[in-house]
Design a protein around this ligand. Structure first.
Ligand code: ZN
Length: 341
């Protein structure tokens, strides 16, 4: 762990503008588009987030909670923890240093016993998912899903879970594991609280053997930000990766688990990337023999990401197409909703 003064030193060695660009944000005249375009008129076409390069600060003039220093910028944009953001800034982005001579970037030391730790984390996550119930029909979550054209056969198939009693779930976890272990597994935050108080739908990422290694928690109330919480560790594979079976066929690649589920409900063969910028180069080979239809949101971020993902897949000799039916600003869900009404 870094000391406070080390963190201050790291911050002062970084240019927040360069970090923002490095993250893929397009910064123009000290502004970039908000991460929550839906809260802005015209999807924030006129960028609302201003950067104060001197103070190393950013702030959206509409969204109260979109503000902070260079570390919060990385955290918010990549959906990662404070510690992970520090690691990202320290180790994985050496070229963003303001002062190149001083840059003595070290990769974090490889931890001993990391295999055992990984196994332990997985066990805690597995136990957590086992404590939860399937989505009860007629519950608020069930209605929320139905509104997105995601119905029971899909819930069952992908093992959706619901935290229907947050306090009980929290107590049961604490009865089984120490708080430290639960924090280590990423389920509890630094304040000792189960993280998913307002994110009751749990969407597990399951592998071929139906083992959940990772999950995403989804809010169903409108005002909750962010809408999705990822488990604080690297996303191991695309969502619903079991359709990537190496056999010839078409897959629809979309943004987020919810869009993926909507497509699955319409019998499309779909996989999801958790966020626009989360597609990893090492995932390319999982798509072998597939023709890929990219269905990311039709907004600036989605289109940029589509171009990036498509280039990676094409470089590996794969055929890609854009879904091409989404009007400006729409995503898979809004498109299906508008087609039904
Ligand atoms: Zn905003």
């Amino acid at each position: 762990m870094m000391s406070n003064s080390e963190i201050q030193e790291l911050k002062s060695s970084l240019s927040i503008t360069v970090v923002a660009k490095r993250l893929g944000l397009s910064v123009e005249r000290g502004h970039f588009r908000c991460f929550f375009p839906e809260r802005h008129a015209n999807g924030d076409r006129t960028p609302s987030v201003s950067i104060n390069e001197e103070k190393g600060y950013f702030k959206c003039f509409v969204c109260e909670n979109v503000k902070g220093d260079v570390i919060s910028l990385v955290q918010m944009y990549l959906g990662i923890s404070f510690a992970e953001a520090l690691k990202w800034l320290k180790g994985d982005a050496p070229s963003i240093k303001r002062d190149m001579q001083k840059s003595t970037v070290q990769k974090p030391k490889k931890q001993e016993n990391s295999e055992r730790q990984k196994f332990f984390k997985e066990k805690v996550i597995f136990d957590f998912l086992n404590l939860l119930s399937p989505i009860p029909p007629n519950s608020k979550a069930a209605w929320w899903l139905a509104k997105r054209h995601i119905y029971k056969p899909v819930w069952d198939k992908v093992l959706l879970r619901l935290i229907d009693d947050y306090h009980r779930t929290s107590r049961e976890l604490l009865a089984k594991y120490s708080l430290e272990d639960l924090q280590y597994a990423g389920l509890f935050n630094n304040q000792g609280i189960l993280r998913y108080g307002r994110h009751p739908i749990i969407i597990p990422y399951i592998d071929e053997q139906h083992r959940p290694f990772f999950f995403q928690a989804r809010a169903i109330e409108k005002d909750v930000v962010p809408k999705e919480l990822n488990l604080q560790k690297a996303i191991p594979f695309p969502y619903n990766k079991e359709v990537l079976d190496g056999k010839p066929g078409i897959v629809y690649l979309c943004e987020g688990a919810i869009d993926t589920l909507t497509l699955l409900g319409h019998n499309f063969c779909a996989v999801g990337v958790p966020g626009v910028n989360s597609f990893k180069p090492e995932w390319v080979e999982m798509f072998k023999n597939k023709k890929i239809i990219l269905c990311l949101d039709n907004d600036a971020a989605g289109r940029a990401s589509e171009a990036r993902i498509s280039a990676m897949l094409q470089a590996a000799g794969l055929e890609t197409h854009s879904f091409g039916l989404l009007p400006e600003g729409e995503d898979i869900n809004s498109w299906f909703a508008s087609r039904q009404s």
